[in-house]
Design a protein around this ligand. Structure first.
Ligand SMILES: Cc1cc2nc3c(=O)[nH]c(=O)nc-3n(C[C@H](O)[C@H](O)[C@H](O)COP(=O)(O)OP(=O)(O)OC[C@H]3O[C@@H](n4cnc5c(N)ncnc54)[C@H](O)[C@@H]3O)c2cc1C
Length: 269
């Protein structure tokens, strides 16, 4: 059992939970994730390790309410318990001295890149962060990124805050002004596809963190199958990060829609 020690509402549908999980925290590296199960009958929910406080053994999770399981998870309060937290899982983010790295988070994707941004800055990179969301109320972690990034750019689709437009508009501006050595991005699949398309003419390596539907996270169930450069890979054990130029995004989008009816029904119960 894992006790929730802190809960913070970051936006209407986005919740931060700090949870006791000392064994997970001890091994956690940037880019890795956990599988959370609320109770004995709970669905397995993959969530990124947003931060890991080794001294306190406390894990930070940021959860966007999408369907039944994330709604139940976000309804928990400080003092409540989570049945299982399995991890750390997945391959860590490559942390090297690349030069200038642009970190791009769409919506809750920003949470998934926070520890990587910290580690890349510590390695001596210039870190530029672009955080994008539909509107101002959905922008998260701006204050947390500011002390670690050299520059933080905000975009909103409706122009209610920061630059009006998509993260790719901000990316184009950055690329036109300076040399970029690497892009790391996490967010909705169409966004990651657009970032990759923007980076390609400039030949900038673009790493994407895929949110394929994951179940067992051992490479056995095949749920998170994706096609990378024509080869079958499993996001849970081969990823979740991949070279964006090699990902078949259209196939992934189609596969991620395959439980829509079941998800709708689960919300009605
Ligand atoms: C490696 C990884 C890390 C993730 N990290 C985070 C995170 O830090 N914060 C966060 O809010 N979300 C994260 N997600 C997405 C999160 O797991 C899903 O939003 C969640 O499982 C939705 O469950 P639900 O029952 O509430 O919604 P549902 O109604 O079941 O699903 C809503 C949508 O969420 C996606 N989804 C559903 N189940 C899964 C699943 N098992 N795996 C992946 N996607 C799923 C589908 O696109 C689906 O259409 C991550 C996913 C992956 C694969």
């Amino acid at each position: 059992m894992h006790k929730i020690v802190e809960k913070k509402q970051l936006a209407d549908t986005i919740t931060l939970l700090k949870v006791e999980a000392p064994m997970v925290v001890r091994e956690a590296k940037p880019g890795q994730f956990v599988i959370v199960r609320l109770d004995e009958f709970g669905e397995r929910i993959p969530l990124t390790i947003c931060d890991a406080d080794r001294a306190r053994g406390v894990l930070t999770l940021i959860i966007q309410q999408l369907g039944r399981s994330t709604k139940d998870l976000c309804a928990l309060k400080a003092g409540d318990q989570i049945r299982d937290i399995l991890g750390p899982l997945g391959n860590p983010t490559e942390i090297e001295k690349f030069g200038t790295v642009v970190i791009i988070g769409g919506g809750v994707g920003a949470a998934e890149l926070y520890t990587a941004a910290k580690a890349l800055k510590e390695k001596g990179n210039k870190v530029i962060t672009i955080i994008g969301a539909r509107n101002k109320s959905l922008i998260i972690l701006e204050d947390e990124f500011k002390p670690i990034a050299d520059e933080v750019l905000i975009t909103t689709d409706d122009g209610s805050y920061g630059i009006k437009g998509f993260v790719t508009d901000a990316l184009k501006k950055v690329i036109s002004e300076q040399k970029v050595d690497r892009i790391i991005c996490c967010g909705p699949i169409p966004m990651m596809k657009a970032v990759t398309t923007t980076a390609k003419p400039h030949n900038i390596p673009a790493i994407v963190s895929l949110n394929a539907i994951l179940l067992d996270a051992t490479g056995m169930c095949g749920s998170c199958r994706c096609t990378i450069e024509g080869k079958t890979k499993f996001s849970c054990v081969d990823g979740p990060e991949f070279d964006g130029y090699k990902v078949d995004f259209d196939e992934l989008m189609a596969r991620n829609k395959r439980f829509l009816d079941e998800e709708r029904r689960a919300l009605e119960v």
